[in-house]
Design a protein around this ligand. Structure first.
Ligand SMILES: Cc1cc2nc3c(=O)[nH]c(=O)nc-3n(C[C@H](O)[C@H](O)[C@H](O)COP(=O)(O)O)c2cc1C
Ligand SMILES: Nc1ncnc2c1ncn2[C@@H]1O[C@H](COP(=O)(O)OP(=O)(O)O)[C@@H](O)[C@H]1O
Length: 326
């Protein structure tokens, strides 16, 4: 498991490695390519692979009115980074003083003094220091002066454009789950606490866990297929996002999860939900019977899109990190 290390708690085990500084939001295929390069270099210098993330996102301090919704919370990032062989995730608490550091001071204090990096891997569009004054050329000069290896990795491309957290957000906000998942290389995951809804679901044969306190990007309104992860188990799930027009309910951000092959009480518990595919738009049905008939089709469609390999309960590595709200 990738160990999360607050900047103030960096130890010798973390120092002397190959670092990659970024936001790592989503830990998408572009990030995986960077970490892959870092791994190669780290094996050569016999040091750890260290992801370095600024949390919160600098935008939260610089332009709080325009902060993009997160794709991932920090523990989820660490879990995904772990799957691609990252040893540590150093979390820099973003504050005005840190953002005011010149590029040279940023390099001196973070890269050299605190992390004693032997190598650094970045994409071609890396900027650092006050007002983004440092770029890849600046970084190359600073690395040369300090005999630190720099690898500038090519951008990872999908559909003729660079894979980025921004593009993934746009696809999720448009409901294009498959396109987002393709760029991510894994499902988009949200987490939330199960609260009481209108108490209708059980009566129509489709109980739905209603999620609140979701702290990452919620995809566009629609019906989706994916997985619900609860208490170390993964179940197939049909997810409804948006209003319930059939019942004249116009609240636009309801997130309701019907967990397949599950019975039990989920109230007040944390649920993780993986989005894998889009099924359809939300519709208004003339009767409850018509809604139920459609829900049966939705379930069949989700089952077929998830494939037969995932029937029933599937054990997953339980991550305690994942369901603890910060
Ligand atoms: C997979 C799925 C798809 C749904 N699609 C629609 C829909 O298109 N239109 C609609 O009005 N309600 C839809 N519903 C929502 C149901 O109306 C909702 O689950 C029901 O009102 C229960 O709400 P409750 O959990 O607040 O009791 C859908 C629910 C699920 C699980
Ligand atoms: N298969 C299931 N999927 C979702 N929730 C379930 C399931 N089985 C039992 N439940 C429980 O039932 C509740 C949902 O029932 P529902 O009648 O839709 O009530 P509410 O309107 O309060 O969400 C969930 O919050 C959960 O505690």
């Amino acid at each position: 498991m990738t160990k999360i290390i607050p900047l103030a708690e960096v130890t010798d085990a973390v120092r002397g490695g190959v670092i990659s500084i970024g936001n790592f939001d989503g830990v998408h295929r572009g990030h995986a390519a960077l970490i892959g390069k870092a791994r190669e270099m780290a094996d050569r210098v016999a040091g750890p692979v260290v992801g370095v993330v600024l949390d919160p996102h600098p935008a939260a301090i610089l332009r709080p009115d325009r902060v993009p919704p997160k794709l991932t919370w920090i523990e989820r990032r660490a879990e995904l980074l772990s799957q691609i062989n990252t040893d540590f995730l150093v979390v820099v608490p973003t504050n005005q003083a840190f953002l005011n550091l010149s590029a040279a001071d940023f390099f001196e204090s973070l890269v050299k003094k605190t992390l004693a990096a032997k190598g650094i891997v970045e994409g071609p569009n890396f900027f650092f220091g006050r007002g983004r004054e440092g770029n890849i050329e600046t970084l190359q000069t600073l690395c040369d002066q300090s005999e630190i290896d720099l690898v500038v990795a090519d951008s990872s491309i999908d559909s003729d454009a660079m894979i980025s957290s921004t593009r993934i957000r746009q696809q999720l906000e448009a409901g294009n789950i498959e396109a987002a998942v393709h760029m991510l290389g894994h499902p988009h995951q949200i987490r939330g606490r199960v609260v009481r809804g209108d108490g209708r679901g059980t009566g129509i044969g489709f109980p739905t866990a209603n999620l609140s306190e979701i702290d990452v990007l919620v995809p566009a309104a629609g019906v989706y297929g994916g997985y619900a992860i609860h208490d170390g188990h993964r179940y197939r799930a049909a997810i409804h996002i948006g209003p319930n027009p059939t019942f004249n309910d116009r609240s636009d951000r309801k997130v309701e999860v019907h967990v397949m092959d599950y019975t039990g009480d989920l109230y007040d518990q944390m649920l993780l939900v993986d989005f894998v595919s889009r099924v359809r738009d939300i519709a208004r049905f003339d009767s409850v019977e018509a809604l139920v008939a459609q829900l049966q089709l939705d379930i069949a469609s989700v089952q077929s899109s998830l494939g037969q390999s995932s029937l029933g309960k599937i054990e997953t590595a339980k991550s305690e990190n994942n369901t603890n709200f910060k």
